[in-house]
Structure formats: structure tokens, C-alpha cells
Ligand binder design. Structure first.
Ligand code: PRP
Ligand code: ZN
Length: 299
């Protein structure tokens, strides 16, 4: 088929990572045409197609070279890695980037009404999870003997059904736990989205496109919080003002026509700019302060 000429990227079909993954691709310039319920999205302006799948399937789709690339949670990746090690093999996907979205934790949660006094309280308990390998590694590191109840989903209702005493699941906003009268008691691991690639070498054309995408992804990640600030300031206040500009490199200083003691300052700030910063700038003598979002940046 088109495997020689088109990249295939696996993305979670429906879940926490779907929207931010598609958002990243859009920011990288990809125009995707996708009919409703279609498993495959066609890249109209790039040789890149998106395959929508269950997130748990992404590590294997990539390491078996069904897809060239995958956007997946580190949690899913680590679990699969540990599972493969337990079976005497090794994971073969290659991590290309850690990404700044999909942040969550794999945590142990207990029913609201039960007592919990630290890791010791886990001893001899039944813990339901879809992450048995990560949970096992955690329990061993804490030298705790507990029973791992491996489920394939709906972990949060296991305590109510009497199948487990506690659960170990992903927590992002915490609303799933709350809705099920559970509370987070211990963090097992932190997670975020990552981009992985196939272990199989890519043909030159595809490899070049992967490099191009990586540059774009880096650009997108770089400008996420970035703001472009423009302001007027007394020349004498420049040192103070430069100190106040958050995460900015050397700003551009432009003379202000007709006002020899005043200048215009333009700066790219790598961090979010809060009202407080603007108020402090004003106090330091700045006026006509303008803050603009940065859309693209190429280093
Ligand atoms: C995880 C987890 C919870 C939910 C927690 O599911 O299994 O259901 O997210 O999020 P919250 O704290 O914001 O409520 P995920 O999207 O990873 O899907 P999956 O487990 O079905 O693959
Ligand atoms: Zn999943």
C-alpha cells in the first residue's frame, strides 16, 4: 500500500489524549479529513495518516511496525514494557519526545469511609487495577504484600462490588474518583503523553518527514506559554523592567520618535504573563503595555 510514501500515526480513539493529540497535530499544520466513526484520518496536506485505536494497543502497533509513530501515555508504555520484560522479551518502540500534555498520575485510591495510614495499610489488601505490572513494581519497592486484582476496565467500581478493598488507577482531574466515593491515597507513578516510533528504519522520504514533524512539535511546545510583550518605558527604568519580564531573552529596544528618554521594548516571554507582572511593569514605569500570544516559533 502506501507504506513507502505515507507515515502512519496511532492516536487514542476516545479518551483523555484524543483531543490534545489532534490539537498538537493541527498546530503542526496537519489538515485531517475524517468521516464520522472512521478509524483512519487522511492527511490532506502532509504524507501522514492517523489511525484511531485503543490507547492500550498503541505500543504494540508501533513496535510491530503496523504504525510508524504513536502518541500514547507514558503509563501505557511503561506497563507494556514491564509486561514484556516479565515475559523475557524487551520493548522495541523508541521514544522520540516527552510531550507537555496528558499529565496524570497512577494512584492508589481508597473508599472515602475507610482508614488509611500510609503504605502499611495496604498489607494483605486486595487492589484492583488495569496496571498490574506497575502496581507490582511499586508494592515490591515498598516491600508490601498485597493481592493484585487485574481487571480490564471499570476499576473504580470494584470496591463497591466487593471485588477489591482499594484500586490503583489513573487520576487526572480526580472527578472519576470523586464520583465513585474514592480518595487518592498514594501516588505510584507520574505520566504524560509521549511520541514513539517504530524500531524499523524508515525510508528516506518518511524519515525526513518525521524530522520535520519533530521540529514543528518542538516549535509548538516552545510557544505554548510564550507571549510577545510590547511596552513603552523610560530608558532609565530598563534594568528594572528587564528583570520583570518573565523568561525572556535579550529584548529589542527601539527609540521612541520625539521622546529621547523613552524607548519601546519588544520581548518574547517563555512563561505565561500574569496580571501581577503587568502591574509590576507599570509600577516600574512602563506604559502602553501589550501582550500577544505567539503562534509559531522556529529556532
Ligand atoms: C483514565 C482512568 C479514569 C480517568 C480518570 O482513563 O481510567 O477513568 O482517566 O480521569 P479523571 O481523574 O480526570 O476523572 P483513560 O482516559 O486513560 O482511558 P482508558 O483507561 O479507558 O484507556
Ligand atoms: Zn486504556
Amino acid at each position: 500500500m502506501d507504506r513507502e510514501t505515507r507515515l502512519r500515526l496511532a492516536v487514542q480513539k476516545s479518551g483523555r489524549l484524543t483531543e490534545p493529540s489532534l490539537d498538537l497535530l493541527t498546530r503542526c499544520g496537519l489538515k485531517l479529513s475524517r468521516g464520522k466513526d472512521q478509524l483512519m484520518g487522511f492527511g490532506e496536506n502532509m504524507p501522514l495518516d492517523v489511525l484511531f485505536v485503543r490507547d492500550d494497543d498503541i505500543p504494540d502497533l508501533v513496535q510491530e511496525d503496523v504504525c510508524d509513530l504513536g502518541l500514547v501515555g507514558l503509563n501505557v508504555l511503561e506497563e507494556r514494557q514491564l509486561e514484556l520484560i516479565a515475559r523475557g522479551t524487551a520493548a522495541r518502540f523508541e521514544k522520540l519526545r516527552d510531550l507537555d500534555f496528558g499529565r496524570c498520575r497512577l494512584s492508589i485510591a481508597a473508599p472515602n469511609e475507610t482508614r488509611f495510614e500510609g503504605a502499611e495499610s495496604l498489607r494483605g489488601k486486595r487492589i484492583a487495577t488495569t496496571y498490574p505490572y506497575m502496581l507490582d513494581r511499586f508494592l515490591k519497592s515498598m516491600q508490601i504484600n498485597a493481592e493484585i486484582v487485574t481487571l480490564s476496565g471499570a476499576v473504580e467500581i470494584a470496591p463497591r462490588l466487593g471485588r477489591a478493598d482499594l484500586i490503583c488507577d489513573l487520576v487526572s482531574t480526580g472527578s472519576t474518583l470523586q464520583a465513585n466515593h474514592l480518595r487518592e491515597v498514594l501516588t505510584v507513578a507520574e505520566s504524560h503523553a509521549v511520541l514513539i516510533r517504530t524500531p524499523v528504519p524508515l525510508v528516506e522520504f518518511k524519515a525526513a518527514w518525521v524530522e520535520r514533524m519533530l521540529l514543528r512539535i518542538d516549535g509548538v511546545e516552545r510557544v505554548k506559554e510564550s507571549k510577545y510583550i510590547m511596552l513603552h518605558a523610560p530608558r532609565a527604568a530598563l534594568p528594572a523592567i528587564r528583570k520583570l519580564l518573565p523568561g525572556s531573552e535579550s529584548p529589542t529596544i527601539i527609540p521612541l520618535e520625539g521622546f529621547p528618554e523613552r524607548v519601546v521594548v519588544h520581548a518574547v516571554c517563555r512563561e505565561n504573563v500574569f496580571w501581577e507582572t503587568l502591574e509590576n511593569l507599570k509600577q516600574a514605569g512602563a506604559s502602553a503595555v501589550l501582550v500577544l500570544p505567539v503562534e509559531k516559533m522556529l529556532a
